[in-house]
Design a binder for this molecule. Structure first.
Ligand SMILES: Cc1cc2nc3c(=O)[nH]c(=O)nc-3n(C[C@H](O)[C@H](O)[C@H](O)COP(=O)(O)O)c2cc1C
Length: 278
């Protein structure tokens, strides 16, 4: 489900150039005298009519202050104020004007915000996070993520996977030392989550646990949290230390917290053609 905000303009041409060229929007639907733009999850459109609706303000928000600064540099000719902290709303913002004179705002939320990513953004921007802020993960948020993880596909819908929360500092530090650089991210996380499956419930514990782990990773990212699939682990020792039965399959343990940097650059990927075998 989504929605679109439509505004009237007298001339679509300059708006098309501005919103695609300067604000990096894509044209989501071109209906001739109405054009709908997309910026992440934000859909807005302009329709060519005999009047201009210029009272609305269009706000574009970014993942970091650095991106707001970059946008301010890009729009310097038309910006009407430099980026500043707005204490009332705890945001970092600047204003500019589009070709119709409409106010355009670019901002960053200093506080974490709830899920807003579009599907493709979620899949493309997720990164392995190894450094976290000190901020604790609210229990309600964790509950919300687990609630969504009830919809993980599982073998014959047996739902034999489970999430084990580790928020004891001593256990996190112990985990961080188990495999040097591979497990080091646990030391910098406020908590961790072990994702397992019980082979008494599912005949495909390994597959179920791995899918449940990745579903958790994506859901966490959607709500602004960072994770990292830790593969280099001594599973038997870890299960003993955490009291997980040896018979259960442990897919991974991921650190969990608010990323120190949510704008991590993606490690280089191979071209799409390399992943298609005819
Ligand atoms: C099976 C598997 C094992 C991994 N093991 C580790 C690990 O032990 N330690 C770590 O820091 N990252 C680990 N990673 C994260 C990868 O390094 C990371 O996914 C990869 O570099 C691509 O980066 P991205 O996730 O940011 O796109 C693992 C990822 C997978 C899928």
């Amino acid at each position: 489900m989504s929605g679109i905000l439509f505004l009237k303009t007298k001339n679509l041409g300059p708006l098309k150039d501005f919103y695609t060229g300067q604000l990096d929007c894509e044209i989501w639907q071109d209906q001739g005298d109405c054009v709908i733009f997309r910026h992440g999850n934000f859909l807005f459109g302009f329709c060519e009519r005999d009047e201009i609706e210029d009272k609305a303000m269009l706000t574009f928000f970014y993942e970091s202050k650095a991106e707001v600064d970059e946008m301010c540099g890009k729009l310097k000719e038309i910006s009407v104020s430099g980026p500043v902290n707005n204490e009332k709303y705890n945001i970092y913002q600047f204003f500019a004007r589009d070709p119709d004179g409409r106010t355009v705002e670019c901002q960053y939320f200093n506080d974490p915000v709830s899920c807003y990513l579009s599907g493709d953004e979620l899949l493309l921007t997720r990164r392995s996070v190894r450094k976290f802020t000190d901020q604790q993960v609210p229990r309600e948020l964790l509950n919300k993520i687990i609630d969504i993880c009830r919809y993980v596909p599982s073998s014959r819908n047996t739902q034999g996977y489970f999430y084990r929360i580790i928020d004891d500092r001593e256990a996190l530090m112990w985990l961080s030392r188990t495999r040097e650089s591979s497990t080091a991210p646990f030391a910098k996380a406020p908590m961790a989550v072990a994702i397992c499956a019980d082979p008494k419930i599912t005949g495909r514990a390994e597959q179920d646990a791995c899918i449940a782990a990745y579903h958790f990773i994506l859901t966490a990212w959607c709500f602004g949290l960072g994770t990292c699939w830790i593969g280099g682990m001594d599973r038997d020792d870890i299960k003993d230390r955490l009291g997980i039965p040896q018979t259960h399959y442990l897919a991974t343990i991921t650190p969990l917290g608010y990323p120190a940097d949510r704008n991590l650059k993606a490690p280089k990927r191979k071209p799409a053609a390399d992943f298609l075998k005819e």
